[in-house]
Structures are given as structure tokens and as C-alpha cells.
Write a protein that binds this ligand. Structure first.
Ligand code: GLA
Length: 341
């Protein structure tokens, strides 16, 4: 199990201290701040033993407070899009803030990624907790949420748990942007991806799933590969991948994706209990942020693998149930395994 250190990261006036937790194993170092449960760094070796930070982010707390692209953050109460920011639960309509075209995205204007969580050390990691009040960002019920990060050797585990006082949709994920060549590298075109999905969700012009669960076979979305990302990006319509891949046997933890970067020898393997994973190739980055160490992050300079329930599930009856009811426990786990070959 990892060595766990804690230090002060900064102060948000009127809101409190932000702490930084560092988890150190023999191979990997992970840094997490209590603002938004943000993973600010993942440092791991390449095949020659050289260490690089493989996630995008910022140097300063100030930039993480804005963080318009959710670098490293836990997003919620509902990650991804809810069409028109509206849904009906138990016969009552709820309206959320519209923050992405006509839709609600990633929990709203001040979602779980924008608030300071309470933290405590656990064996090999840190547990962060949050009380989201009834009506928070328009969502029903008071939600007690926790996110536990633990590091053991090559494996970073993220366990999500929540309870509610009223029936509410919930969908928590981590929004880390990876570049296995090291953050600040220009693109991810030389990375190879495989995602074990026989189907994906096509989206409409507003990026809401159409409802069709489309087989990946004989489409550019068949990533059962491995597939070279740069090559495949030329075949995908639109600016790149930003789609939910449908995983079979939800509930059981299974490997859903692997990304390999031959030049460094680094690989990332993702396993999850969730029914989907959003594969996103950072299509909305445009080089306008000043990232860590002065890096600029152009389009396609990272990839995200956001394990999740299917987008807009609260409005699409055929999608996996996304409602958490009083008395139930929301619990799922995602693991990121970093290795070299
Ligand atoms: C998710 C979405 C993308 C984008 C990013 C954040 O991956 O699917 O469309 O909103 O978050 O910029």
C-alpha cells in the first residue's frame, strides 16, 4: 500500500482550506486536492525508468477553481449531459441550470467538481466526503457522497459511494485527461486504444444520445482493436471521439479499456463496475489554457476514459437505471492500472 502525505494547497476566500494529498507507491505517485477531488498529478515511469506526469492540469489553485474543462475532477451529481437540463422523478419535473448548449453538463454551474470536500486519510489513500443539500443545482434530495482514492503498486482505485434522502439521478466519474507521453505533449495520435464494447451510443447535434444502441462492428467506433488513435480520428465524423461505449455485464468489475503508448512503453488499463465509458479525445481543448509548467494543451492533446452510467439515462427509459432511492446505496469502483512494457 502507498505512503500517504498531506499538505496545505491553498485557501479559497470564504470557503476554506484546500489540502493536497500525495499517495506514493514504488512505481506511481498520485496527487489529489480536496477541491473537486481533483487528481492534479499522476507520475509514473516509462520503459527507461524516467518519470513523467501523465495527466493535464494547472500549477495554481486559482486555475483549478475555474477549470472549465474539468481537468482531473470528480464530476457530479450527474456526469455528462441531461437533455435540456430537465427530468421527471416520481411525477415531478426538475429543472437544472443549462450550461452546455441547450443541456445540463457535469452537475451544473457549481457541481461536485467545484466545491471543497472533507478529507481523511485511509490505508494507502484518502477518503473525501461531501454533503450536497436538497435542491443543490436543482437536484432532489440531500446526498451524502464519498470518493475514496487508494494506491497499491501500479493500481489507483477510485471507489464512489452515495446515499440520498429523496430519489435522485446520480452518476459520478473522474474526468482525468491522460497523455501517456507526458502532459504537455502535443497529441495522442501515437497512442493505441482498445475498448471492449460491442455497441456505442450515437448522438444528435446537441450531443444527446439518440436512443439507438448501435453495434460498433464495421464502424469507426469498433475499438476492440488495439487501434492507433491518430489513424482512427481521421475516420470518425466530427471533431473526434466524445461518445459513450456500452459495456456488457454491468455490476461486475471488468477491464473496459486499455491505452498503450509504444514510444514510452507506458500503458493504462481501466476496469470498472459501471455500464459505460465515455471516450473523449479532448476535442474542445484549443491551446488557450496555461497548463502545468507553462504547457499549452491543444485539441487532441489528451484522452479521457470516464466510466459512467449512460448519458441522459434519466430521460431514456431503455438505458440502465440511474436513480438512487432513499435507503439504497450507490457504490461503484473504477481502477486505473499504470504499467510499462
Ligand atoms: C465530457 C463531455 C465532453 C466535454 C468534456 C469537458 O467528456 O462529453 O463533451 O464536455 O466533458 O469539456
Amino acid at each position: 500500500m502507498a505512503l500517504v502525505l498531506k499538505e496545505n494547497f491553498g485557501e479559497v476566500p470564504g470557503e476554506g482550506h484546500v489540502e493536497k494529498w500525495t499517495l506514493i507507491s514504488s512505481n506511481v505517485t498520485v496527487e489529489i486536492i480536496t477541491l473537486g477531488c481533483i487528481i492534479t498529478a499522476i507520475k509514473c515511469k516509462d520503459k527507461n525508468g524516467d518519470v513523467n506526469d501523465v495527466v493535464l492540469g494547472y500549477d495554481d489553485l486559482q486555475d483549478y477553481l475555474a477549470n472549465p474543462r474539468y481537468f482531473g475532477a470528480v464530476v457530479g451529481r450527474v456526469a455528462n449531459r441531461i437533455a435540456k437540463g430537465r427530468f421527471v422523478v416520481d411525477g415531478k419535473e426538475y429543472k437544472l441550470a443549462i450550461n452546455n448548449g441547450p443541456n445540463a453538463l457535469h452537475g451544473g454551474l457549481r457541481g461536485f467538481s467545484k466545491v471543497i470536500w472533507t478529507s481523511e486519510g485511509v490505508e494507502g489513500g484518502v477518503r473525501l466526503t461531501l454533503t450536497s443539500p436538497d435542491g443543490d443545482q436543482g437536484y432532489p434530495g440531500e446526498v451524502q457522497a464519498s470518493v475514496t482514492y487508494t494506491l497499491d503498486g501500479d493500481t489507483l482505485s477510485i471507489q464512489y459511494q452515495a446515499r440520498t434522502t429523496k430519489t435522485t439521478p446520480i452518476n459520478l466519474t473522474n474526468h482525468s485527461y491522460f497523455n501517456l507521453a507526458g502532459q504537455g505533449s502535443d497529441d495522442i495520435y501515437d497512442h493505441e486504444v482498445s475498448i471492449s464494447a460491442q455497441a456505442y451510443l450515437p448522438v444528435d447535434d446537441n450531443m444527446i444520445p439518440t436512443g439507438e444502441v448501435k453495434p460498433t462492428e464495421n464502424t469507426p467506433f469498433d475499438l476492440r482493436g488495439p487501434v492507433l488513435i491518430g489513424q482512427r480520428l481521421k475516420e470518425v465524423p466530427g471533431p473526434g471521439f466524445d461518445h459513450n461505449f456500452c459495456l456488457s455485464s454491468a455490476g461486475d468489475e471488468r477491464v473496459c479499456a486499455r491505452v498503450f503508448h509504444p514510444a514510452s512503453g507506458r500503458s493504462l488499463e481501466v476496469s470498472t463496475t459501471q455500464p459505460g465509458v465515455q471516450f473523449y479525445t479532448a476535442n474542445f481543448l484549443d491551446g488557450s489554457f496555461k497548463g502545468k509548467g507553462g504547457a499549452s494543451y491543444p485539441k487532441h492533446s489528451a484522452f479521457c476514459l470516464e466510466t459512467q452510467n449512460w448519458p441522459d439515462a434519466v430521460n431514456q427509459a431503455s438505458f440502465p437505471d440511474t436513480l438512487l432511492r432513499p435507503g439504497e446505496e450507490y457504490r461503484h469502483i473504477t481502477r486505473f492500472v499504470f504499467s510499462t512494457a
